[in-house]
Design a protein around this ligand. Structure first.
Ligand code: DQA
Length: 151
């Protein structure tokens, strides 16, 4: 069975009350619930993980690789713009991933336009709020099915 891991970075536990004019009113729990529903529809295994701590995210990527996860969807949040460690974890494990953002990072402050992950991601989806995750999930399933059919 295809195994997908969704990682939520720092401050995303506060979604719903955090700057709703930027991030919308959906809570993290409601995003995870919508992902669970999609996973059931597609018969794929889904795990979700949120942390405010960079090292915990690095460890979770290592664990996902050891546990033969097929794909990661990650909203690295502020670590997008700072974390060589998360970049290196993906390079070290060679896990395919999609980078997602709720907001359109390119229409905000200049520092948000730079990502340490985008160039090594399979793709990047941003600007669609909760739907950024759902679109990424559909894309991950297509990517997994395509790579399985090549085996
Ligand atoms: C974010 C965008 C980042 O710049 C920011 O630091 C976040 C959330 C987004 O989902 O739009 O925490 O990743």
């Amino acid at each position: 069975m295809t195994k997908i891991l969704v990682i939520h970075g720092p401050n995303l536990n506060l979604l719903g009350s955090r700057e709703p004019e930027v991030y919308g009113s959906d809570t993290l729990a409601s995003i995870d619930q919508a992902l669970v529903k999609l996973a059931e529809q597609h018969s794929v295994s889904l795990e979700t993980f949120q942390s405010n701590i960079e090292g915990e995210i690095v460890n979770r990527i290592h664990q996902a690789s050891a546990n033969q996860n097929n794909f990661v969807i990650i909203n690295p949040a502020a670590f997008t713009h700072t974390s060589v460690a998360i970049r290196d974890a993906f390079l070290a494990t060679d896990l395919p991933f999609i980078e997602v953002h709720l907001s359109n990072v390119f229409s905000r402050e200049e520092f948000r336009a730079h990502s340490y992950l985008s160039d090594i991601a399979k793709g990047v989806i941003c600007g669609f709020g909760k739907n950024s995750y759902l679109l990424a999930f559909e894309a991950a399933i297509i990517a997994c099915n395509t790579s399985n059919s090549k085996e």
